[in-house]
Design a protein around this ligand. Structure first.
Ligand SMILES: Cc1ncc(COP(=O)(O)O)c(C=O)c1O
Ligand SMILES: N[C@@H](CCOP(=O)(O)O)C(=O)O
Length: 460
């Protein structure tokens, strides 16, 4: 299996190279050159298997010879051993045909742990084999950063720098990033929004001198390994609801388009997914694009679901690449147009996207109401991102079972959850002293050179 760039100009890489490289050298994102498929019999055989066993079956065809089977099984086992639920991603029934897929039982209480814990294991194994040392730089709107820090804290071969938008993450998210004491962890509070942070990370990759000097690596969903690990729970959820003999739909709270893209890959692998529904908050560029065919940036408005306050949705480029029949030049052209505000998707590509993804949005009030009513009527306390999902899912319920992804634990967003439901969700006991731990953070201007200087100085 080879990995190719969405912009068509970078060399094809193996899984290991793509994982450690991050952004392609032409500015594109790596994707597999072909998507392997599983037969209905192979999918049926997943029934009754553990999460780890399904993870192995789903991901093995993508990793080539990066790890042998026994090593890969061990890495998967290590990745999920610390999860607080035996099923790893349990399903909870909300209504006769609506289910929640709880993805918040990992160490930092968000779905990011599913991929980040595994990436941590894979990086460690690959780096100890090669003897290399890398500098991970990531951008976060709150959850990716805490998951990355948790996965890489204390590792000798890695420094991890996380850029988050100052004042735009929840206090729990911030403290998860600023309270670890390990010397290799560096939380940087940036003046700007998430899009600014993500653009700076991509610009660092495009600065080849800097990239080589610090041995830059990425753990945002730029990294294909992140998307891949998230494909697994679509399989476990659908199989437990009757796949491959029965179709299942998914609604996915969306910002950077990584999680929904993982669902799209699951479908391409042969999982019988009926609808894939994109759910956005009021930063609804993805919903607008799917309704109109025009990807047009507006300012980012802060919301009570801050992890989805995104306008430049990185993984949408991967979907566009397929929509344009894998024409890298066409994608590169659209990404150039994005720098000046947006682009119009061609008719054929737009039709493919409309056929593949449905969409909806939730206003702040609708998000608030969803938290309130699901607490009152179903006894479920939802995080605001999940509330966006269930609100949008309600408009797409039908005879096919609908699974809404519960992407974070409500305790990560206590203010919004309490305001809507009157309930304070407690943090798990292992985090009970989070508010008492000292914080360590560097405030930086939203300028590439300033951030690069901090990184150079810290690793020297
Ligand atoms: C809690 C939560 N829900 C949803 C999302 C959106 O996921 P994606 O960026 O993969 O679309 C994020 C951030 O990515 C998140 O942290
Ligand atoms: N919502 C994310 C944003 C970063 O997205 P990723 O797909 O690159 O991990 C976050 O919580 O940080």
């Amino acid at each position: 299996m080879q990995y190719i760039s969405t912009r068509g100009q970078a060399p094809a890489l193996t899984f290991e190279q793509a994982m450690l490289t991050g952004l392609a050298r032409d500015g594109g994102l790596y994707v597999p050159d072909t998507v392997p498929t599983l037969t209905p019999a192979q999918i049926a055989a997943m029934a009754g298997k553990s999460y780890e066993e399904v993870a192995f079956d789903v991901m093995r065809p993508f990793i080539g010879d990066t790890f042998d089977g026994a090593t890969f099984k061990t890495l998967i086992a290590n990745a999920y051993a610390g999860f607080g639920h035996a099923a790893r991603a349990p399903l909870v029934q909300l209504d006769s045909n609506h289910y929640l897929l709880e993805l918040f039982h990992g160490p930092t209480l968000a779905f990011k742990d599913f991929a980040m814990q595994l990436i941590g294991q894979m990086f460690q194994a690959a780096l100890s084999r090669s003897g290399d040392r890398v500098t991970i730089v990531g951008a976060t709107s709150g959850d990716t950063g805490s998951a990355a820090i948790e996965a890489f804290r204390g590792l000798a071969a890695v420094d991890v720098f996380i850029l988050y938008p100052h004042g735009r993450v929840s206090e729990v998210q911030r403290r998860q990033m600023t309270t670890p004491t390990e010397d290799n962890v560096h939380a940087l509070a940036v003046d700007g929004d998430f899009d600014d942070c993500q653009a700076m990370v991509k610009n660092m990759f495009n600065d080849f001198a800097f990239r080589e000097a610090v041995k830059l690596a990425g753990v945002n969903s730029i990294n294909w390994g992140r998307v891949l690990a998230q494909v697994v729970y679509y399989f476990t959820a659908a199989v437990s609801l009757g796949a491959p003999h029965r179709q299942v739909s998914f609604t996915v709270p969306t910002g950077n388009f990584g999680d929904i893209f993982a669902g799209y890959i699951a479908k391409r692998m042969g999982l019988p997914i009926a609808d894939l529904v994109v759910a956005t908050n009021r930063n609804d560029i993805l919903h607008r694009t799917l309704q109109t065919g025009a990807y047009t940036k507006e300012g980012v408005a802060p919301t009570i679901s801050p992890s989805m306050d995104i306008q430049v949705s990185s993984n949408f480029e991967r979907a566009l690449f397929d929509a344009y029949g894998r024409d890298g030049a066409a994608v590169a052209g659209q990404m150039d147009d994005l720098k000046s505000g947006g682009f119009q998707i061609s008719q054929g590509a737009y039709q493919m996207l409309k056929d593949t993804f449905k969409s909806g949005r939730a206003s702040e009030d609708e998000t608030h109401q969803a938290i309130k009513t699901y607490r009152q009527n179903h006894g479920e306390l939802l995080c605001p991102h999940t509330a966006v999902g269930v609100h949008v899912a309600e408009a797409h319920l039908g005879p096919t079972p609908m699974v809404t992804l519960a992407t974070a634990h409500p305790a990560k967003f206590p203010d919004a959850v309490k305001a809507a439901s009157g309930v304070t969700a407690p943090l798990p006991p292992r985090m009970a002293d989070l508010y008492d731990r000292p914080e360590r953070v560097t405030r930086v201007a939203g300028e590439l050179a300033a951030i690069q200087a901090v990184i150079r100085e810290r690793i020297s």
